[in-house]
Design a protein around this ligand. Structure first.
Ligand SMILES: NC(=O)c1ccc[n+]([C@@H]2O[C@H](COP(=O)([O-])OP(=O)(O)OC[C@H]3O[C@@H](n4cnc5c(N)ncnc54)[C@H](OP(=O)(O)O)[C@@H]3O)[C@@H](O)[C@H]2O)c1
Length: 424
C-alpha cells in the first residue's frame, strides 16, 4: 500500500522520479492508502519545496544494498556486457542442502536459461521442461552447463488429460523444487472482445490456458509428487496492481487479459499446499543492468514501479529466493530504475478536476533499492492474508469503450472539417 505524497506536478507531463526528495507528509487525499514511513531525519521539508533539486541522500538505500566494488565478475556474465553495463556482482551463496533437483519449466526461455545456468554453476541439478527438447536453445543450454547437471524433459503444461498429467508427473519425479518460468504472450484479437470461438477455453496459447490452468495443473502435480519443497512462480509486477491501474489496463487490453489470468495462477499456486515463492518482475531487459541503474525489490502487496529490469537480475532473484527460508510463502517484486530514486516514484493518476496527471509517490518501507539483490532479499517477509481475485474486465471494457468513443469523435471531427473545407 502506498500513499500519494504530492499533488499533481503537471497534467500529463512525466515527472522524473530521480532526484526527488523524500518527505514526511500528513496530506493523504481521501481514499488513498497511506504509506508506512520509516523514521528519517530528512523528511522534514515539503516535497513541493524541493522538486527539481537533487536528493543527496539517495545513497541511503543503495549503500545498504550495494555489492562490493571489488567483487569478482560473475562466471556466467553475459558475454556482450559492454562499457554501459554495470559490473556484475559476485554471485551470492545459495542456501543449498545438497540433494536439490530443480524442475525449471520454461527453462529454455530467456529468464529460465539464466536461472538454469546459475543453479547449475552453484551445484544444483536441473531438469528443464520444454515443449521441444531438441530445440537449439534447449540443447545449447544443456551443453553450456557442467556435464551431468542439466537434463531435458518434454512437456507442455497445457496438454490436458492423462497424457499431459503423466508427462508432468514424470518430469517431477524426484524433484525438490519447481521454478515455473513460463507464460503466454498472446496479442488480443478482435474475436476476444466479440466472444467468438471461446478462446479462453479453446486456445492453448491463451493466458487462461497457460498462466492459469497450466500453472494450476503443474502446481497440483507438484503437490502430488510429494517431494517438492518449494514451488516458485514467475508472473509480472502488475499482477499486484489495482485493476484500474493504467499499466494493468493496458497489458490486459493488449495481451488477452494476461494480468487477470496471472493473478488466478498465483492463487492456484498458493492453494496447492506446497510452500511457494512468487516473483513478479517489471518490464524485462535482455541486456545486463545498465551502469548507474539500480534494482528495486519489494515484497507482499507493496507497489514497486514496473521499471525495466535486466533478466540477469531477475534470474538472480529467482535463484536466491528459491532456497531462501525467509522467501517461503512470500511474493517478491523486482524492477529497475535508471538511477537511484531517492525513495520517490512518479505514477499516473486521474481525477475529475485534473484528468490524467502524474503524482510523486514515496516508495513503501518494504521497497528497497541497490545493486545487491541477495542482500535486498534478506528483508523479504512472508505474505500476510489471502490473495483475492479482482475484477479486471470492467476497467478494460471502459478503456476500450473510451478508445472507441475517442476514435468516433475524431472521425466525426475530421468529416466535419472536410465538409467545411469543401464548401469554401
Ligand atoms: N516480457 C516481459 O517484459 C515480462 C515481464 C514480466 C514478467 N514476464 C514473465 O516472465 C516469464 C519469463 O520471461 P522470458 O523472457 O524468459 O520469456 P520467454 O523467453 O518467452 O520464455 C518463456 C518460456 O515459456 C515456455 N512455455 C510457453 N508456453 C509453455 C507451455 N504451454 N508449456 C511449457 N512451457 C511453456 C517456453 O518454453 P518452450 O518453448 O521451450 O516450451 C518459453 O521458453 C514470461 O513467460 C512472463 O510470464 C515477462
Amino acid at each position: 500500500m502506498r500513499g500519494v505524497v504530492m499533488a499533481a506536478i503537471a497534467p500529463v507531463a512525466a515527472v522524473p522520479a530521480r532526484g526527488l526528495p523524500r518527505r514526511a507528509s500528513s496530506r493523504f487525499p481521501r481514499g488513498s492508502p497511506r504509506v508506512r514511513l520509516a523514521p528519517a531525519p530528512h523528511r522534514t521539508s515539503s516535497l513541493r519545496d524541493r522538486v527539481g533539486t537533487r536528493y543527496p541522500s539517495s545513497e541511503v538505500r543503495t549503500r545498504r544494498f550495494a555489492a562490493a566494488s571489488d567483487a569478482p565478475t560473475a562466471p556466467d556474465a553475459a558475454p556482450d556486457a559492454g562499457p554501459d553495463a554495470a559490473p556484475a556482482p559476485a554471485p551470492a551463496r545459495l542456501d543449498l542442502e545438497g540433494d536439490e533437483l530443480v524442475l525449471v519449466v520454461g527453462g529454455a526461455g530467456r529468464v529460465g536459461a539464466r536461472v538454469v545456468r546459475r543453479l547449475a554453476s552453484a551445484g544444483a541439478r536441473c531438469r528443464v521442461l520444454t515443449r521441444d527438447p531438441s530445440s537449439k536453445a534447449a540443447t545449447a543450454l544443456r551443453d553450456a552447463c557442467p556435464p551431468g547437471t542439466v537434463e531435458l524433459a518434454r512437456g507442455d503444461v497445457t496438454e490436458p488429460g492423462p497424457k499431459g498429467d503423466a508427462a508432468l508427473a514424470a518430469a517431477l519425479l524426484g524433484c525438490t523444487h519447481v521454478v515455473a518460468c513460463f507464460g503466454a504472450q498472446r496479442i488480443s484479437k478482435i474475436g476476444d472482445v466479440l466472444g467468438l470461438g471461446a478462446p479462453e477455453t479453446n486456445d492453448v496459447t491463451h493466458p487462461a490456458a497457460v498462466n492459469f490452468r497450466g500453472v494450476a495443473r503443474l502446481a497440483t502435480a507438484a503437490a502430488n509428487a510429494g517431494t517438492v519443497r518449494r514451488f516458485v512462480r514467475v508472473t509480472g509486477m502488475s499482477v499486484g496492481y489495482h485493476p484500474a491501474d493504467p499499466i494493468a489496463v493496458l497489458l490486459n487490453a493488449v495481451l488477452s487479459m494476461t494480468i487477470k489470468w496471472q493473478l488466478r495462477g498465483e492463487r492456484a499456486v498458493r492453494e496447492c499446499g506446497v510452500p511457494y515463492t512468487v516473483v513478479r518482475p517489471g518490464n524485462l531487459l535482455d541486456t545486463p543492468r545498465p551502469r548507474g541503474s539500480v534494482v528495486l525489490v519489494g515484497h507482499g502487496d507493496a507497489k514497486v514501479p514496473a521499471g525495466k529490469v535486466s533478466r540477469d537480475d531477475v534470474a538472480e532473484v529467482i535463484s536466491v529466493a528459491t532456497f531462501a527460508k525467509n522467501c517461503q510463502n512470500a511474493t517478491v517484486g523486482v524492477a529497475g530504475a535508471p538511477a537511484p530514486t531517492g525513495g520517490i516514484a512518479s505514477q499516473m493518476a486521474w481525477d475529475p478536476a485534473r484528468g490524467m496527471h502524474y503524482v510523486a509517490v514515496e516508495h513503501e518501507e518494504s521497497v528497497r533499492e541497490g545493486d545487491d539483490v541477495a542482500a535486498m532479499l534478506e528483508g523479504v517477509e512472508a505474505d500476510v492474508g489471502e490473495l483475492r481475485d479482482r475484477r479486471h474486465f470492467p476497467f478494460v471494457a471502459a478503456f476500450v469503450a473510451a478508445l472507441f468513443g475517442a476514435a468516433t469523435l475524431a472521425t466525426a471531427g475530421l468529416v466535419a472539417a472536410a465538409r467545411a473545407l469543401l464548401k469554401l
